[in-house]
Write a protein that binds this ligand. Structure first.
Ligand SMILES: [Zn+2]
Length: 165
């Protein structure tokens, strides 16, 4: 393992590791942060259901107890759009069609790369999955709390794309 994965670049503490999807990922217990060796692709999905936007309440860290968009990691060998469909099904119970690619979001020193999509439900039943405490529907243009780094950008890009249609 490279030296940069032995110590936390934020606090200098030795990294431990945690099992994520059957892979051991370097982890800082103090900063509660993973150190992915490769970029890690995450899908974020803005789902329209009966004319409203679907939010989920997270049941574990990061951002525990806060409302955010359905999202999750893309598995190795998984088509990105299918990961979006799978995560929305797991977290909300809804079946969706992907509408549009909203954008790709990344920043320096952040291993997470986000691919954001808009989607519309066509079936399924809204429920709370095991990763979520609750599911809620809000007016599409009424969101004002953004727990994650790219949420506000994604949301603004989504509104802009919607308006231009
Ligand atoms: Zn640390």
């Amino acid at each position: 393992m490279l030296d940069i994965y032995k110590y936390c670049y934020q606090c200098g503490k030795s990294l431990s590791s945690k099992n994520v999807d059957n892979e051991y990922i370097p982890y800082c217990d103090k900063c509660e942060k993973y150190f992915y060796i490769d970029p890690k692709l995450v899908v974020v999905v803005l789902v329209e259901h009966i004319g409203k936007l679907v939010l989920i309440k997270r049941s574990f860290e990061p951002a525990m107890g806060r409302w955010c968009f359905p999202s999750g990691y893309v598995n190795k060998g998984e088509k990105v759009e299918n990961a979006a469909i799978r995560e929305v099904k797991e977290e909300t119970g809804l079946d969706i069609n992907i509408n549009e690619f909203i954008g790709l979001y990344s920043s320096d020193n952040n291993p997470i790369v986000i691919a954001a999509f808009s989607a519309k439900s066509f079936g399924g039943k809204l429920y709370s999955g095991f990763e979520t405490d609750a599911v809620d529907l809000i007016e599409i243009d009424s969101l004002s709390d953004f727990p994650f780094e790219f949420d506000e950008n994604i949301y603004n890009d989504y509104l802009r794309i919607n308006k231009n249609k």
